[in-house]
Design a protein around this ligand. Structure first.
Ligand SMILES: Cc1cc2nc3c(=O)[nH]c(=O)nc-3n(C[C@H](O)[C@H](O)[C@H](O)COP(=O)(O)OP(=O)(O)OC[C@H]3O[C@@H](n4cnc5c(N)ncnc54)[C@H](O)[C@@H]3O)c2cc1C
Length: 489
């Protein structure tokens, strides 16, 4: 076997296919005409192109896409990929655009493949406790549909009402129930994926277990649209729990609250949800939503226990929280639970109601939770920035939000320095730069620091093997080569 391709790659840093002569860069009108002939619904209206160029990260697009393929069928996706692959055009897969790391942000001459119009729940099987869905189904819609069968779809990002299953899979989204039930990836049995050249592959299974071959499902989960486009998923469902008990607790300080949450984990309280909201966030929720949470506590913890042992688990949790708290309350009614969780879900929208936000998503070992809160608060004070922190405390996942003036198009230097130091704290404490939002563009440089060169080059090799022309969400997550064509405008 010749070693030439490997040698070429070593010399240039590019995979062999990136060097192969292509048909030459097409012009914009030519690409649009080719796409229009091949797909059901092509969008070229400038306003819609501009809207499809950004997500909720606040990061600006360097340019709007040249076209959006609003996928109505899997064939639309494969047709778009074949054309993009032939001409080496960047493809940006897009769900609902609620991503917080810039994963769906576009650049010059790119094609967006919008999956929101591929939104059927294909099957719900109550016996095997699974569903088959297209990627554009809203997460909350799937949960609603499952509930008509006495089941639920467990992963519950705070954006469940507005984000898609495909986006959740691509970012391996978390949510409030992770502390007991895990992240999106733990609920995915199998995937249908369109590869860079338009080939469709199936991964995984619909059985409870199965170990045949490499775990490609896990490879695509969390790959942020850089390895393939998810066009279908088989997801696990679970029975609706018999009982849910909610415990809330008010603390004098966020340090006390964080210590109490770590104690709940260490004390085997088995919470199904364990959330923490600091004083600044309570105040901004009150200001935006007209609530009075900040008058009740200097930091608020909301916990739940569910299932047949909910009442005994809740008693253990209340007891542990009570040892650190100013007050605790236990409720078994749905209304109290809904009110508390709605307030928590509104934390980010409340902050964004008054300014722009740089959203961090660090995760630390739960034993270091209080230390992380202290370090983050200290960074905010030292840099004089507006800082709000809430957390999926049960997972050690903090969301420090650095707010700045709406008039500014990018975060001021003090905010950027503070953000940088917060990432540093995560790594120093043995944690990660992203618990659930993904890397996108926002955390690309920090991924390199977290992963280190050897792990990063393995990740780059996997990317190159699956996407040799580097067309899928280029420059997101990993900085690789740029072999794709620049489209003439
Ligand atoms: C108010 C608010 C609350 C949030 N709360 C949470 C939370 O609790 N937990 C959490 O994890 N996140 C949260 N998020 C972030 C966001 O909702 C998630 O990252 C979500 O999974 C993104 O889904 P989406 O459909 O909007 O995807 P998009 O934003 O459109 O895309 C996200 C990434 O996935 C890729 N992608 C999208 N669809 C596909 C596909 N079918 N195949 C391949 N790649 C694809 C995109 O290229 C991009 O890289 C929140 C966001 C907001 C605005």
């Amino acid at each position: 076997m010749s070693d030439r391709p490997a040698a070429a790659q070593l010399r240039t840093g590019h995979p062999p296919d990136a060097q192969a002569p292509g048909p030459g860069p097409p012009d914009r009108a030519g690409v649009r005409a080719e796409l229009a002939a091949a797909v059901t619904d092509l969008v070229v209206d400038p306003d819609r192109l501009a809207a499809a160029g950004t997500d909720r990260s606040g990061l600006p697009a360097s340019a709007p896409p040249l076209a959006v393929v609003a996928a109505r069928t899997v064939d639309d996706v494969t047709a778009a990929l074949r054309i993009a692959h032939t001409h080496r055009i960047p493809v940006i897969p897009r769900g609902a655009g609620t991503g917080l790391a810039g994963g769906a942000v576009t650049g010059e001459g790119s094609i967006v493949v919008d999956l929101t119009t591929l939104d059927r729940i294909v099957e719900i099987d109550p016996v095997d406790e699974l569903a088959r869905v297209e990627p554009g189904v809203l997460t909350a819609e799937l949960d609603r549909a499952a509930r008509t069968h006495g089941l639920r779809y467990i992963p519950d990002p705070a954006s469940a009402a507005i984000s898609t299953i495909g986006g959740n899979i691509a970012t391996n989204a978390g949510g409030m129930r992770c502390v007991k039930y895990g992240v999106t990836g733990d609920w995915i049995l199998g995937l249908e994926v369109a590869l860079a050249d338009g080939t469709i592959i199936s991964t995984g299974r619909r059985t409870v277990k199965g170990v045949a071959g490499l775990d490609l499902t896990s490879l695509f989960v969390g790959s942020e649209g850089t390895l393939g486009i998810v066009v279908g998923a088989t997801v696990r469902l679970a029975p609706i729990p018999d009982d849910v008990v909610t415990v809330s607790a008010g603390f004098a300080s966020v340090h006390d609250a964080a210590s109490a949450c770590a104690a709940v984990i260490a004390g085997r309280g088995d919470p199904s949800l364990l959330e923490l909201v600091d004083a600044a966030t309570l105040r901004v929720i009150d200001r935006a939503q007209g609530t009075d949470l900040a008058t009740r506590a200097g930091a608020l913890v909301i916990a739940q226990a569910d299932g047949r042992s909910a009442r005994t688990d809740a008693a253990v949790i209340a007891n542990i929280l009570g040892a650190h708290a100013q007050w605790t309350r236990t409720a078994t009614d749905q209304t109290t639970a809904d009110e508390l969780l709605a307030a928590r879900r509104l934390a980010l929208p409340s902050i964004e109601a008054f300014g722009r936000a740089l959203i961090e998503d660090i995760c630390v070992p739960r034993s270091r939770l209080a230390q992380a809160f202290d370090a983050v608060a200290d960074i905010g004070r030292r840099h004089g920035v507006d800082l709000y922190t809430f957390a999926h405390a049960g997972d050690g996942n903090l969301h420090p939000i650095l707010a700045y003036d709406t008039a500014l198009t990018e975060p001021p230097a003090a905010v950027q320095r503070a953000a940088d130091e917060i990432f540093g704290v995560a790594l120093e404490l043995g944690g990660t730069i992203s618990g659930e939002h993904g890397v996108g563009i926002l955390k690309r440089d920090w991924l390199a620091r977290e992963a280190g060169p050897a792990s990063l080059s393995v990740q780059q090799a996997i990317k190159s093997a699956l996407d040799p022309r580097g067309i899928l969400n280029p420059d997101k997550v990993l900085k690789v080569h740029r072999p794709h064509a620049m489209i003439h405008t």
